[in-house]
Design a binder for this molecule. Structure first.
Ligand code: SF4
Ligand code: SF4
Length: 80
């Protein structure tokens, strides 16, 4: 039996974010999008989606977004 993926969530430090959007392309479950409101540096930061898109799994705490972020702006939390 395969282990069920744990659910998770992330926080994104929007002021640290440089708006490269690599995390958006990396997330396998389409849980990150663009916040069109610019941060203080003028970048449009990444934003964690509040709602899980239809047919998607939601965040599984895989940490891929945090791993690729060059600004170390993402923290991943795992739901127990
Ligand atoms: S990878 Fe990091 S710096 Fe790039 S958009 Fe995502 S949170 Fe921002
Ligand atoms: S931890 Fe994984 S599933 Fe969750 S937002 Fe980051 S890349 Fe997506």
């Amino acid at each position: 039996m395969t282990k069920k993926a744990k659910k998770g969530k992330i926080t994104i430090n929007r002021e640290r974010c440089k708006g490269c959007h690599i995390c958006i392309e990396t997330c396998p479950n389409i849980m990150i999008d663009v916040d069109e409101t610019p941060n203080k540096k003028g970048y449009s930061p990444a934003r964690f989606k509040e709602n899980i898109p239809e047919g998607e799994k939601g965040c599984i705490a895989c940490k891929q977004c945090a791993t690729v972020c060059p600004e170390v702006a993402i923290e991943v939390y795992r739901a127990q």
